[in-house]
Design a protein around this ligand. Structure first.
Ligand SMILES: [Zn+2]
Ligand SMILES: [Zn+2]
Length: 299
């Protein structure tokens, strides 16, 4: 299959041609990333990213905080978010891009998801108590900076308390999907999330479709079908772990078969190594998610 490498692709946008290095999936301290939003933008500038989205989990706080720095540095910062959803027993992440951040559908959606995050934190603490570890809710909150704590924050607290030697053991022994039954059903459904994003004029992207190693390829294809049927626009062609050639070939086929747009990014959470920005290769017949965006309006 012939491919076009986007770094050298000439996109005709507003009559201008652009070569772009993009990153449409990143996290900051506003959710579970380790870099403050301002520092993430600075790193993106250093890594020569030209089109950036901050896609924190169920919040726009990081995006809002980064706006001024992005404007000063000249990087194009597009609005972004990563909503949690689910399908069958699997958690599903949907990235929303380039939407009106003031739209009530997005604001109400975020509010509902944040409430769900607090309920979920209580539920995790309760499930841990049933496994014999009491008093984790307040401890996890210390690691989440006032945001609703998620599983990684509980894991960090358990490492601190020497309940487990490291994060991996915390997940394996206490926080796996198997041990945390009933946690995902509280998230909004796939059609609901897509509807929030669309109402606000954005595009809905199925994030890292191959990340959940428990999903067989047949199920990933079914999920993509469900996502498409619910009105989803795009699929991530490349993310952190979706780089091996055989996986990429399969995702390419998925995107072409279902006539979706392609997106991608680093899913960066770290503070140290790892470059922002990705070379996204688009299979023939698949257009970039930003093909119809007015990028000049972003700077
Ligand atoms: Zn995700
Ligand atoms: Zn992510």
């Amino acid at each position: 299959m012939h491919k076009i490498v986007v770094r050298t692709l000439k996109c005709q946008i507003s009559g201008k041609s652009l070569d772009m290095k993009v990153d449409l999936h990143t996290h900051t301290t506003a959710s579970d990333g380790q870099l403050a939003p301002e520092a993430l933008v600075a790193k993106a500038v250093k890594d020569k990213v030209e089109l950036l989205a901050i896609t924190d989990h169920d919040t726009l706080n990081g995006y809002h905080r980064a706006l001024d720095v992005a404007k000063q540095s000249g990087i194009r910062l597009v609005s972004g978010i990563e909503f949690s959803s689910y399908w069958l027993a699997y958690s599903v992440h949907i990235v929303g891009l380039n939407f009106d951040v003031e739209h009530s559908a997005i604001k109400n959606g975020i509010e509902a998801q944040q409430q769900q995050r607090w309920l979920r934190a209580k539920k995790i603490a309760q499930l841990l108590e049933e496994q014999g570890i009491a008093g984790t809710e307040e401890g996890a909150l210390r690691f989440s900076g006032g945001h609703p704590p998620g599983r990684p924050h509980f894991a960090r607290f358990m490492v601190e308390q020497k309940v487990v030697p490291d994060m991996n053991s915390a997940f394996k022994r206490y926080l796996s999907d198997l041990k945390m039954k009933g946690l995902i059903e509280g998230w909004a459904s796939i059609p609901e999330v897509i509807d929030w994003i669309h109402q606000a004029g954005g595009v809905a992207v199925l994030a890292h479709p191959t990340q959940n190693k428990k999903m067989k390829w047949k199920q990933i294809r079914r999920l993509a079908r469900v996502f498409k049927d619910a009105g989803g626009d795009a699929i991530e062609l490349i993310t952190n772990d979706q780089v091996q050639p055989d996986i990429r070939r399969r995702v390419d086929k998925l995107v072409v078969d279902y006539a979706m747009q392609g997106s991608g990014g680093s899913d960066y959470h770290g503070a140290g190594g790892g470059e922002l920005g990705r070379d996204i290769e688009f299979p023939v017949g698949c257009e970039p998610v930003w093909a119809n965006w007015s990028l000049t309006a972003l700077t």
